[in-house]
Design a binder for this molecule. Structure first.
Ligand code: DX5
Ligand code: ZN
Length: 217
């Protein structure tokens, strides 16, 4: 599979978002970080922003919910038109039930794991999800350093996905640059979120292409 690059608008200019998404035509999706100042110590935006972004970009929206009680809020993002809705297992009362509710609204569903959260309890349930997100930083902020200690978890997930013959997407998020993306790709990731590496560049589309090249084996 060609490496998928999902720029995170967390590193974009929030007062010029229409312009900013217009600068990433090479991307495979726009990664939208929703933070509630409770699940993580930072606050961004919510469902109205997703609705408005859908009006100004043809790219799919990959919504990453870093919020308490996703069981209550996540299906609304799917109804709003997000292509995928990813929620954190640490915040959900019933991840399988929530995954089914998101799919029932017509979106793909992702399960996100913080760096310290083990994946083993979910390996038998990969068919319930379309994507797993292995966080490669503690969620909350852009511009942090890639945590390579998360790679064994990614590898065990990739092995389980391959054994199941599944086409599940394996996403990494945090500290992805041309220097680190190859490490994550070698451990089985095929979908890469990059905030500062894309929006910190003078030429975001060139930065996206450089990440794709660096991800290739
Ligand atoms: C962090 C967010 C990331 C963030 C990544 O909690 O989930 O999506 O934007 O930013 P970089 O690529 O700068 O590490
Ligand atoms: Zn994210």
């Amino acid at each position: 599979m060609r490496p998928r690059i999902h720029p995170s608008i967390l590193s974009a200019d929030f007062v010029n978002l229409e312009h900013e998404v217009g600068r990433i035509g090479n991307a495979d999706a726009v990664h939208v970080d929703v933070m509630d100042n409770h699940f993580v110590p930072n606050l961004t935006f919510g469902q109205p922003m997703v609705e408005r972004l859908l009006e100004v970009t043809a790219l799919p929206l990959d919504v990453h919910l870093m919020i308490d009680d996703p069981d209550r809020w996540a299906p609304g993002f799917a109804s709003a038109g997000a292509a995928s809705v990813t929620f954190h297992v640490e915040g959900s009362a019933d991840p399988i039930r929530l995954a089914r509710a998101i799919r029932a609204k017509g979106a793909f569903v992702g399960l996100a794991l913080k760096p310290g959260t083990p994946v083993e309890p979910w390996l038998a349930s990969i068919a319930e999800f379309d994507m797993f997100l292995v966080m490669t930083v503690e969620p909350g902020f852009g511009g942090q350093s890639f945590m390579s200690e998360t790679m064994p978890k990614l590898r065990s997930l990739a092995d389980a996905v391959e054994a199941a013959g599944s086409d599940l997407l394996l996403q990494v998020d945090g500290g992805i640059t041309t220097a680190t993306i190859g490490i994550a790709a070698a451990s089985g990731a095929n979908t890469f979120v990059a905030g500062s590496a894309v929006f910190g560049s003078d030429d975001p589309n060139a930065a996206i292409e450089a990440l794709r090249v660096a991800a290739a084996p």
